[in-house]
Design a protein around this ligand. Structure first.
Ligand SMILES: [Zn+2]
Length: 92
């Protein structure tokens, strides 16, 4: 049986807010928000594009270095705003 972290009151497993003191229960297995998923995908993309960028310096197989850097910049910017969004939601 879970207990409230603040006042130690008994709680139901599905309760998110303590009925006694209104404290929010810390989520044991927090679900990832859409923004966090998006951020993970972007991180993977940044790594891949980063590798292609490095590769483009040495071979002609990949798109041009400038193009890769431009895509990389866009991805980093999008990721930053996605991170800001998810942090903003956490504060609510
Ligand atoms: Zn409580």
């Amino acid at each position: 049986m879970p207990h409230c972290m603040q006042c130690n009151a008994m709680m139901r497993r599905d309760e998110e807010v303590c009925y006694a003191c209104n404290a929010r229960v810390p989520d044991h297995n927090p679900k990832k928000t859409m923004a966090q998923h998006f951020s993970t995908v972007l991180t993977i993309m940044i790594v891949i594009v980063g590798l292609i960028t490095i590769g483009s310096m040495f071979t002609d197989v990949f798109p041009s270095f400038t193009k890769c850097v431009a895509i990389l910049c866009v991805l980093v910017l999008v990721k930053k705003s996605a991170d800001t969004m998810s942090e903003f939601r956490k504060d609510l």
